[in-house]
Design a protein around this ligand. Structure first.
Ligand code: GTP
Ligand code: MG
Length: 273
């Protein structure tokens, strides 16, 4: 029944936000957005040409959020079109394909491109980042595991979600967390809330674990030159052990990294006189 009573005015004002998607070509950026906005999946690859734009409305608590989505093309060819659209974003979806290591390794260069285009006034702390480890439905071809992806994301204060645009896994949860964090940030005067940034381990610990995982041999793992002395090996070992000891380091993968460092030291010392 309609009444003439005035509409409630205690609802907070609606928010208008801008989000962008970044990541290598073909990792699934457009499909993730399509899965959320249109509840469907398109198996055929239709490369985004330059940029796609869409608008959606979402409700976060008592606020209506109007989201402008700029879906970027990942292909390097479209750099000139993309670079115009980085500025004034409140949220970034950083997407990689869990079956393609180069798409994961490329996340750093996507951040670098963004920083460069945003110029000197860039304040990355006023932007909510969500990392999507996409195509988790293709389990057999997976090469980047959850620990590695989560470590990269959380050590930077970014959210991490495992997603599949194909099955829908993780998509709604990811967008809910994304929009809710953007709303929190706007209500917090444009700063990412501290609880999200503080993850209980340092970037140095996270970067070291990543370096250890990717090291090519025991020398490389300890960060010493081949042919280093016992003293040099022990010194490097002690530094890493303090940084990564499981009692002190809660970063995902620290226990494995610590064990790998212990094994590397043992095997090197066996062969050094
Ligand atoms: P560009 O626009 O070129 O930057 O690519 P994009 O990142 O937008 O990729 P897009 O969403 O167009 O998807 C690329 C291909 O991957 C398409 O063939 C999709 O069907 C497929 N794809 C996307 N997400 C998934 C997924 O979660 N699982 C599987 N199996 N395939 C996916
Ligand atoms: Mg696309």
């Amino acid at each position: 029944m309609e009444t003439n009573a005035p509409k409630r005015r205690d609802n907070k004002k609606s928010l208008r936000v801008k989000v962008i998607s970044l990541g290598n070509a073909e990792v699934g950026k457009s499909c993730i957005i399509k899965r959320y906005c249109e509840k469907r999946f398109v198996p055929k690859y239709l490369a985004t040409i330059g940029i796609d734009y869409g608008v959606t409305k979402v409700q976060v608590r008592d606020r209506e959020i109007k989201v402008n989505i700029f879906d970027m093309a990942g292909h390097p060819f479209f750099y000139e079109v993309r670079n115009e659209f980085y500025k004034d974003s409140q949220g970034v979806l950083l997407v990689y394909d869990v079956g393609l290591r180069e798409s994961f390794d490329a996340l750093d260069s996507w951040l670098a491109e963004m920083k460069q285009e945003m110029g000197s006034q860039a304040n990355m702390d006023s932007i909510v980042f969500v990392v999507c480890a996409n195509k988790v439905d293709l389990t057999k071809r997976r090469v980047v595991d959850e620990g590695e992806g989560r470590l990269w994301a959380e050590s930077r204060g970014f959210h991490y979600f495992e997603t599949s645009a194909q099955s829908g896994e993780g998509i709604n949860e990811m967008f809910q967390a994304f929009f809710s964090s953007i709303t929190d940030m706007c209500e917090n005067g444009g700063k990412r809330p501290v609880s999200e940034v503080s993850v209980g381990f340092t970037k140095e610990q996270a970067d070291t674990i990543r370096r250890i995982r990717n090291s090519k041999d025991s020398w490389d793992m300890l960060g010493v030159k081949p042919g280093a002395t016992r003293e040099e090996v022990n010194k490097a070992y002690r530094k890493l052990a303090v940084l990564l000891h499981p009692d002190k380091c809660v970063a995902p993968g620290s226990e494995d990294a610590f064990k790998a460092v212990v094994n590397a030291r043992t095997s090197l010392l066996k062969n050094i006189k």
